[in-house]
Ligand binder design. Sequence first.
Ligand code: ATP
Ligand code: MG
Length: 556
Amino acid sequence: MVEEEKSLNFIEEIIEEDLRNGKNDGRVLTRFPPEPNGYLHIGHAKSICLNFALAQKYNGKTNLRFDDTNPVTEDVEYVDSIKKDIQWLGFQWAEELYTSDYFDTLYAYAVELIKKDLAYVDDSTAEEIAAAKGTPTEPGKPTPARSNSVEENLQLFEDMRAGKYPDGAKVLRAKIDLASPNMHMRDPIIYRIKHANHHRTGDKWCIYPMYDFAHGQSDSIEKITHSVCTLEFIPHRPLYDWLIDRLEIFPSKQYEFARLNLNYTVMSKRKLLQLVNEQFVEGWDDPRMPTISGLRRRGYTPASIRNFCERIGIQKRENMIDVSLLEFCIREDLNKTAWRRMAVLDPIKLIITNYPEGQVEELHGENNPEVEGGEGSRMIPFSKELWIERDDFMEDAPKKFFRLGPGLSVRLKHGYIVTCTDFKKDEHGNVTEVYCEYAPNSKSGEDTSGMKVKGTIHWVSVAHAKETEVRLYDRLFHDENPAAAEDFKSSINKDSLHIIEKAYIEPDLANAEIGKGYQFIRLGYFTPDNRASSAEKLVFNRTVTLKDSWAKEAKK
Ligand code: ATP
Ligand code: MG
């Protein structure tokens, strides 16, 4: 088969052009710059896959830079989780760096701007600064501080650093152009006072650089060649270039792509933090969260997430990706890799009246019918009493019901054909037991019965079954785009978690490994929960159903 040549994305085109022109001595260095103020989500995965894949493709490297310029919201818990998630996704950074390590250099850059009369200390209030900035159609006016002398500014900035002023009393602004049609160029604030303890620099600093000042300068310090960010930074690019140009430092370049938006969820860390703090979910790694840690706990594999990011590609325009594509990617992966097992989530008892009392047969089932050889098989005990799914039996079965009902026959997966002879109900009318007779010569693989049945159902031997808890998940929001609503929490789906406290699994599943996915035949893909499972009792999360039930709903 000839491999189809894939067309380049627009950033690859830029890089190839740069390489052709011998720019940066043929070097490609990208970076992933998370702010350690939350856990990574699937949107970050898109940026991670892009940055690391670009470097890999062009023999380059990718730095991990923690953009830790905001002391109040940041924490080492987040730093650790971010590192874990990136590695889990399958990427290794060249260097682990922190913007806070550059605070001395950034301070020196700021002093240099002041010396060039390109920055000034402004003591106007935030409101005064905003008012003097004008509007997009009206030029701004200078505040009195704009005419400070270089000497005054140097002294004031040093005093800011020395802690002489309270929070908000003064800011350092770049002196650019108050009439610029780009509001970001109207003397943007580049340093602010914040008397706060920083998770790495402690109390060394009481002034912190603003994002726009820290980001491009950090790129330049690291000699990043292609600094890739999301579209909302397009209007910041002139400032990015202006600062690098005026400071005469390494000319990193910024490129923008569309962020990932996924429907039926929210993707800003601030909103995700609210869900955690207000206990709508169990934590950042709740299996309903769009976080990497939540997806991992839910049973997503790194390959499925990388594949998803590859499929959506990168665009220059915002769009909304259907979460069913993400589900498709994990289904596709698990279909190829997950071992097949049997579990009964809503049990009723099936009794084979003509099966010898006390007899146990050891049946065998391939682990993975998708690969040749099946990756071996496991033993499944079969006996007179079995658990089957409640909805595999119907008292008044319609014509096309190919499962059990009075007089109907079905195959028990890997076992025999049974025919229903009778059933029993409790005082509420619920079926409690189903009685069947089996055909001893109908055993799977050696069937000489000549019987033809259309349906096969799964089962677990009552005497051998292990108990487990199973958690089924639905979307966390009813709205396709919850973030568009005034209050995104108004469309939270209150029934997004369904717990089955007592389900039965075949005995081999007691050895299920955390981090591995299993197909519960006919029910979906499941994985042991990495928090709630113990050696005594596993708890399973449903990763995804076997088929896209939402697509079916929509067609109705
Ligand atoms: P959030 O809005 O969720 O808080 P953020 O942009 O503030 O995200 P950062 O930690 O600053 O989060 O992001 C690190 C990198 O990940 C940035 O380069 C950012 O552009 C990128 N990124 C964040 N969200 C997305 C997304 N939804 N799609 C693609 N890239 C994203
Ligand atoms: Mg950010």
